[in-house]
Design a protein around this ligand. Structure first.
Ligand code: APR
Length: 184
């Protein structure tokens, strides 16, 4: 279990930043940075499917894909996490095609799906900052800002949100976003 690099309270919800392989986290749901087919791929998508086993792909096949900026939930199968929330982030196209709004919508939709199922903990990778080339510092600001705003509006039940980074640089971008919001 990764120890958080940073933890900050928002009301009764605890926000954390860690550096870890998201498939190792023991949370109610991990978020996958998926593509619109939901049929797997490289990056964190590939790692999650490998760790969850073939039943995950079988369930995903039945979902009929997912639009960019949205997300769908499945079981976690062999993962420690009970659920996987497959979010489809935007491909970076220069920043004038609504990329930031679409990325924010991924975080918002994932939190809403978690709240609908009364989940209490969720972990996000840095959606879109790999293959989809979203500038990581801008993505971190969108990620943290969206999660803080959603929790402030409706803390329904989520007690723990983990920003699961895969590199020190990514963790630093998220820490900077926390600092800009006065959380650290
Ligand atoms: N745990 C946590 N984070 C990870 C892991 C992991 N095991 N593996 C990679 N990451 C990080 C990357 O370092 C990056 O910061 O996840 C972030 C997202 O990168 P990608 O996985 O490349 O996802 P994304 O940029 O959203 O592109 C999605 O890539 O893998 C394909 O099928 C996927 O087509 C989709 C596209």
């Amino acid at each position: 279990m990764s120890t958080p690099l940073l933890a900050a309270p928002i009301g009764s919800t605890r926000l954390e930043i860690c550096i870890a392989d998201i498939t190792t986290l023991n949370v109610d749901a991990i978020v996958n940075a998926a593509n619109r087919t939901l049929l797997g791929g490289g990056g964190v998508d590939g790692t999650i499917h490998r760790a969850a086993g073939p039943e995950l792909l079988a369930e995903c096949r039945a979902l009929g894909g997912c639009e960019t900026g949205s997300a769908k939930m499945t079981r976690g199968y062999r993962l420690k996490a009970k659920h996987v929330i497959h979010a489809v982030g935007p491909v970076w196209g220069g920043g004038h095609k609504g990329e930031e709004d679409l990325l924010a919508a991924c975080y918002r939709t994932a939190l809403a799906l978690a709240a609908e199922r009364s989940l209490s903990s969720i972990a996000f990778p840095a959606i879109s900052t790999g293959v989809y080339r979203f500038p990581p510092e801008r993505a971190a600001r969108v990620a943290v800002g969206t999660v803080v705003a959603e929790i402030a509006n409706d803390p329904r039940g989520i007690k723990r949100v983990v920003f699961c980074c895969f590199s020190p640089d990514s963790a630093e971008h998220h820490r900077d976003a926390f600092t800009e919001l006065g959380l650290a």
